[in-house]
Design a protein around this ligand. Structure first.
Ligand code: MN
Length: 289
């Protein structure tokens, strides 16, 4: 049985651009080794936005060395990048962007959502790439909810949407570079969540809403239970109906050197990334109608 290692609480709130009021749940500056292969996670909202004609969000900025995964719970997000990727995603959809060797992108509220207004909630997760893949070609996977299989959990505990990885013989929709599971769990109060996860994986349960209890510890909204890597069976009591993001992944065990939107293995590679970006090597976003 996996034991609870620790509870990770928010590092505080800030705005990403003018569209995303986020709580930073973890980053490579605080629990890098313990949470590998994951690097960073922001939880935006839930926040109600009034209708607007303005374009709210964050304009052109670069990334290199990892992937950004955006999971929309409420509202809509539009994205464009310099590798030609782009799209609009809504509730239940996921955007899995591989920055790898480098790209420039922009992230805004979708036009439809901006015009209507309403509650907005999303997760942005950064997934590290192994050193050998950091300079591979950028990519973009727009994963709409119809491509994400919803499975029933044992003990009437609820459902799991398999975004990445595998649940028994159900495969996740996303292609990943290293073994990992990213599951969107909807859990029923009074039941017990009981999962079997790969041996040696980093494993964490982030509570977006509701309450869990693991090893006598209460895990509340905006808190993340990080489990020990030993063992494969995970159990949690569901105290209140809950929305939980399960993250599990094989740790990379490689050095991390990060500077803002660049995450590499050495300081020299960071210097190179800044130089390459300044020299225009990350390309340009081509305007589309
Ligand atoms: Mn970004």
């Amino acid at each position: 049985m996996k034991k609870l290692a620790f509870i990770k609480r928010s590092n505080g709130s800030h705005w990403v651009g003018d569209g995303f009021p986020v709580q930073n749940i973890f980053s490579y500056n605080d629990i890098a080794e313990k949470i590998s292969p994951f690097l960073m996670m922001d939880h935006a909202g839930p926040t109600v936005f009034p209708p607007t004609q303005e374009k709210l969000g964050v304009g052109q900025h670069p990334h290199r060395g990892f992937e950004t995964v955006t999971i929309v719970y409420q509202g809509g997000v539009s994205h464009r990048d310099s590798s030609g990727g782009g799209g609009t995603i809504g509730p239940g959809d996921v955007q899995w962007m591989t920055a790898a060797s480098g790209l420039i992108h922009e992230e805004f509220h979708s036009e439809d959502f901006a015009q209507q207004g309403g509650p907005f909630e999303m997760i942005q997760l950064w997934v590290n790439l192994p050193a050998k893949d950091k300079m591979s070609k950028p990519g973009y996977q727009g994963i709409t909810s119809d491509k994400i299989t919803d499975v029933l959990l044992a003990n009437d505990a609820g459902t799991a949407r398999i975004i990445a990885g595998a649940f028994e013989n159900v495969k996740g929709a996303a292609h990943t570079f290293t073994p990992m599971n990213v599951w969107d769990l909807r859990l029923n109060a009074g039941k017990t969540l009981s999962l079997d996860l790969p041996k040696g994986h980093t494993t964490a349960l982030y509570v977006l809403s509701g309450t869990l209890k693991i090893d006598t510890q209460i895990i509340k909204k905006a808190e993340m239970a990080v489990m020990e890597r030993e063992g494969t069976a995970l159990a949690a009591e569901i105290m209140e109906d809950a929305v939980v993001l399960l993250l599990s992944g094989e740790p990379l065990n490689e050095p991390i050197a990060g500077h803002g939107p660049f995450v590499m293995n050495t300081r020299a590679e960071i210097t190179q990334a800044i130089q390459d970006y300044n020299n225009g090597m990350f390309g340009q976003i081509v305007a589309t109608s």
